[in-house]
Design a protein around this ligand. Structure first.
Ligand code: SF4
Length: 370
């Protein structure tokens, strides 16, 4: 298959692996910031091809995993109401809130629907004027344009029965939060290619300079990931800290302007709470004042809750910051499985715990490989 097979070619992967072995002289710790990249690294065993000097950490690149528990509780509350059709991407349904998940609401008779585009939710709002349609708008810069377009269309069509729960997060502030931590071990980043397809990569330039870390915009196939790692290691070995673009077949330096424009039309940058990490200043998107009538949390009265508690045995906050790896968690594959998840990183198909469970379970447990 064109544009896939050539990026999974074993010979090309072997050549790149040899190049990494050739160039490396000392230990380096890199972090990928995308759940899709994490899954492919673990699925294809790329980390096991690398020289022992390279440590790969898995960052907070799974949007489902970092959606705060309060947002999930708000979604569950709204989805339980008889006059609401609640729309979401499928992977949000099993993410645990404080007491239950959206799937259990659906099982109890709630009208919870999986949609493949936020515009499907706009269509439902047109088709069911007697119902309130609430869409769960989560994700990074990647999903923000389509979600912004849905709100824009709802406004143009004067749909008064359409709202969204907004839980958008932004990657560059998360990188800065990780780099600012005194516990930070990351020396270079593989930036997620699809995020940069929308935003470009100019925002990374001051971060690379300020913290002296190389940032390589990287794709998702094995060839992309190995080449991104090679480019990052080469920079580190040469003492450089630049932004480079491995994924140039897709990503332009300034990104996708129309997508950025629709996001800027509808959303503004706000402080955001990240599940397992905490609040990061100016790290999320919220609706601008003129679009706030579409904010479900403002339109509906929601119960006041105290701070939401995570399972005390779940280390997903540390997993998301690259401070521990999934097998280091005592509950991994024992009390926590994709069928009975204790934390969001085991639920989501992009979560690091789920990646290790699916592709590496049984081969390493509780910190046996670092
Ligand atoms: S294995 Fe489960 S309990 Fe452990 S960190 Fe991952 S999600 Fe949390």
């Amino acid at each position: 298959m064109k544009f896939v097979d050539e990026y999974r070619d074993p010979d090309a992967a072997r050549k790149l692996t040899r190049a990494i072995h050739h160039v490396i002289t000392k230990p380096w710790t890199l972090m990928e910031v995308c759940g899709g990249q994490t899954h492919n690294i673990v699925k294809f065993g790329l980390d096991e091809l690398l020289p022992p000097e390279v440590t790969l950490l898995h960052g907070p690149g799974c949007p489902v995993c970092v959606t705060p528990i309060e947002k999930i509780d708000a979604a569950i509350d709204l989805a339980s109401r008889p006059d609401v059709i609640f729309c979401s991407f499928g992977d949000m349904l099993r993410v645990p809130g404080t007491d239950r998940d959206l799937l259990s609401v659906k099982a109890a008779g709630g009208d919870v629907r999986i949609v493949y585009s936020p515009l499907d939710a706009v269509r439902l709002a047109r088709e069911h004027p007697q119902k309130q349609i609430v869409f769960f708008a989560v994700g990074f810069e990647t999903t923000a344009p389509a979600n912004a377009m849905a709100v824009y269309q709802a406004r143009r069509q004067d749909l008064r029965n359409f709202t969204i729960i907004v839980s958008h997060v932004l990657v560059p502030p998360a990188l800065e939060a990780i780099l600012s931590s005194p516990k930070c071990r990351v020396q270079g980043f593989l930036a997620a290619g699809h995020v940069c397809t929308v935003m470009g990569f100019t925002e990374y330039v001051p971060i690379a300079a300020r913290y002296h870390v190389p940032i390589v915009v990287t794709g998702f196939e094995p060839f992309d990931l190995l080449q991104g790692i090679y480019m990052c290691v080469k920079q580190l070995e040469e003492g450089r800290a630049e932004v480079e673009n491995q994924y140039s077949r897709v990503v332009a330096e300034r990104g996708n302007r129309p997508a950025q424009q629709i996001v800027a039309e509808v959303f503004e940058v706000v402080d955001r709470n990240w599940r397992g990490i905490g609040e990061i200043g100016r790290s999320g998107l919220g609706l601008k004042p003129e679009y706030r009538v579409f904010d479900a949390e403002q339109r509906f009265t929601l119960p006041r809750r105290g701070p939401a508690a995570e399972s005390s045995e779940c280390l997903s906050g540390l997993v998301l910051q690259g401070l521990v790896r999934p097998p280091d968690c005592r509950s991994f594959a024992v009390r926590c499985t994709p069928e009975r998840p204790l934390g969001a990183t085991m639920v989501s198909s992009e979560g690091a715990c789920a990646a290790y469970y699916r592709h590496r379970r049984g081969t390493e447990r509780h910190g046996e490989r670092h």
